[in-house]
Design a binder for this molecule. Structure first.
Ligand SMILES: [Mg+2]
Length: 259
């Protein structure tokens, strides 16, 4: 991973930023004024901004409406929400018939998890999710051991689901889409008037193993400094890294891109 300064010669080709939210844009569970201001500064400077998150549909409705962003990809790539002509619109990544099937399989998986992991807690935002289950191992519960988290991931995979570990949740869903598919589908299917940039003109910044598909796929990917403890779990690390952690690292990228 190279320091951000080595990105200087490629900077002029960057039109926008895709970014993870938890522990990339937030710091210790909060959006700092510095991070949010740095987002506004990027928007004012003309950058396209697309958060990409495992967070639920309920949150994404708010983000699309109120944050200075061009759209948001939620629930690990299941859909994108965006504003168009003053109305909140959505693009689902799965075709409708597959979406129905995925949702009914999810109901079954939830019951199986509850039986095999008695006492486990679903994320406090579970009821605002449409396509995935989020099992809390660190946010509002006593942190699980790495072995317990691994066992849950293997359990979900044994049921045919995808399972990804963020810094706080195990997210699991049916369907082969990833956050990358969500981003690509949004860029391809969004109304032309939005004049969204090409995938190759966007950079990605993230912090954890569930960001690995983006670290690999984006020509320019960046880790905030707090990605370091997760590197043993990431085969394709980000190509660049910030000096600062979490929201301060995001603000560091914002300042770098605008300078
Ligand atoms: Mg994160």
């Amino acid at each position: 991973m190279k320091p951000l300064q080595e990105l200087e010669c490629l900077k002029s080709g960057i039109k926008g930023v895709c970014f993870d939210i938890d522990d990339t844009f937030t710091s210790n569970g909060k959006i700092t004024s510095k991070a949010f201001e740095s987002l506004w500064k990027l928007k004012t400077a003309g950058f396209f901004l697309i958060p990409v998150t495992g967070r639920p549909a309920g949150w994404c409705d708010h983000i699309a409406r109120f944050w200075p962003v061009d759209g948001v990809v939620g629930e690990n790539g299941a859909f994108s929400f965006f504003m168009h002509k003053g109305k909140r619109k959505r693009i689902d990544t799965l075709p409708i018939e597959l979406a129905h099937e995925a949702k009914s399989k999810l109901v079954r998986l939830r019951k199986e998890i509850e039986i095999s992991f008695p006492g486990c807690s679903f994320a406090s935002d579970q009821e605002y999710r449409e396509y995935d289950l989020a099992i809390d191992f660190c946010e509002d519960v006593t942190p699980w051991t790495e072995t317990e988290v691994d066992r849950l991931v293997r359990f979900c995979e044994s049921k045919g689901a995808i399972a990804k570990v963020s810094s706080i949740h195990v997210n699991t869903w049916f369907g082969t889409y990833t956050k990358i598919d969500g981003i690509r589908h949004f860029l391809a299917a969004a109304p032309r008037e939005l004049q969204l940039p090409a995938f190759e003109e966007l950079v990605f910044i993230g912090d954890s193993p569930n960001d690995e598909p983006m670290f690999e796929a984006f020509p320019i990917s960046i880790g905030v400094a707090n990605v370091r403890p997760f590197l043993s779990k990431i085969k394709n690390p980000p190509k660049f890294i910030t000096l600062l952690e979490a929201g301060s690292g995001f603000a560091e990228l914002s300042e770098f891109l605008r300078s």
